[in-house]
Design a protein around this ligand. Structure first.
Ligand code: DAT
Ligand code: MG
Length: 140
């Protein structure tokens, strides 16, 4: 048994496109469990911390702007190997090459913008998950 928790974000593009239910449906259909769920608009400070690893990259500012462009849905999801499992459900970062069957592959579009708008975020490691859950849901 290796039950884990991961941070999932349904990004503003997905909320705008009414895909929140579709993303959460896939999460639940896989057998994962929602342990926290909130619709909110992120602040620049929170996103600066969340995306700290990308500070200084050319897409960093557009990324933060995009993530603040509208409400997003933040969730903590629990399940067996869910960190890796949700990344599999999400698909590759670039929606154009993400495999069919994944959220990004099935639903993502290449908007030709500076920043890749790819519908979802999922923590990429146990360390990231702990850090990100602490940021988005302090006290959980
Ligand atoms: P992921 O979200 O798959 O973990 P990441 O952590 O490398 O990808 O990047 C965070 C987000 O930043 C990603 O979802 C979309 C955007 N992004 C990443 N690389 C990019 C690039 N080269 N150009 C534009 N946007 C990018
Ligand atoms: Mg990442």
């Amino acid at each position: 048994m290796s039950t884990e928790r991961t941070l999932v974000l349904v990004k503003p593009d997905a909320v705008e496109r009414r895909l929140t239910g579709e993303v959460l449906r896939r999460v639940e259909a896989k057998g994962y469990r929602l342990v926290a769920l909130e619709l909110r608009t992120a602040t620049a400070d929170l996103l600066d911390e969340h995306y700290a690893e990308h500070r200084g990259k050319p897409f960093f500012s557009p990324l933060v702007e995009f993530m603040m462009s509208g409400p997003l849905v933040a969730a903590v999801v629990e399940g067996e190997r869910v960190i890796e499992g949700f990344r599999s459900l999400a698909g590759a970062t670039d929606p154009t090459v993400a495999a069919p069957g994944t959220v990004r592959g099935d639903l993502g579009r290449d908007w030709g913008t500076t920043v890749v708008q790819n519908l979802v975020h999922g923590s990429d490691s146990a360390e990231s998950a702990a850090r990100e859950i602490g940021l988005w849901f302090p006290g959980l």
